[in-house]
Design a binder for this molecule. Sequence first.
Ligand SMILES: CC(C)(COP(=O)(O)OP(=O)(O)OC[C@H]1O[C@@H](n2cnc3c(N)ncnc32)[C@H](O)[C@@H]1OP(=O)(O)O)[C@@H](O)C(=O)NCCC(=O)NCCS
Length: 170
Amino acid sequence: MSESRSRSHAPPAGRKGHHMEAAAKVDVAEFAMGDFPAVDRLWRRSGLWMRPSDDADETRLKLERDPDLFLLARVEGEIVGAVVGGWDGRRAYVYHLAVAAERRRAGIASALMDELERRFREKGALKAKLQILADNHASRAFFQQRGYLLERDCEPWGKELQEGGAPPER
Ligand SMILES: CC(C)(COP(=O)(O)OP(=O)(O)OC[C@H]1O[C@@H](n2cnc3c(N)ncnc32)[C@H](O)[C@@H]1OP(=O)(O)O)[C@@H](O)C(=O)NCCC(=O)NCCS
């Protein structure tokens, strides 16, 4: 992968992974379809609310639009984190940030979000948005310390555009 597509992130100074012997180097790079099984496994193990839009075919559609915003984190070649960014020309959206359970609290999600926000800014985005399930305390704490604010007066609304596209159950 070329330099513009992959970046190494040293863990923040003074940070030592709670579950790692020593803070490891994190490589952040773009997702490719061959990574799909590993990322799908990571998301399912991380307890994310998986939707029809997370299927392989839908992921191919996503890559047709902004492949530079679907990022992976690797430590020693192993996929340990992922995030999907979306940019529609007006808003930047963050989807499905996850880090492998045994690699958490080591700065990996921070490295992914640093790079994603950098790419959002480069595209001209003024604001990033995301949705967090109300009982997801780790995610709330993570995004809060990055400066994200809960917008209480705004409710997420949706409409299914194709049958089976958005089953309501969790
Ligand atoms: C949320 C998640 C992505 C955070 O990943 P991570 O790599 O552990 O995050 P980082 O190490 O970069 O955390 C940076 C800071 O965020 C805060 N933070 C992260 N996880 C936290 C937690 N469980 N409790 C409290 N604060 C937390 C801390 O301030 C942390 O800094 P510190 O470790 O020096 O205290 C991870 O817990 C995860 O994958 N959860 C399951 C999937 C998920 O819920 N994704 C979000 C969907 S909206």
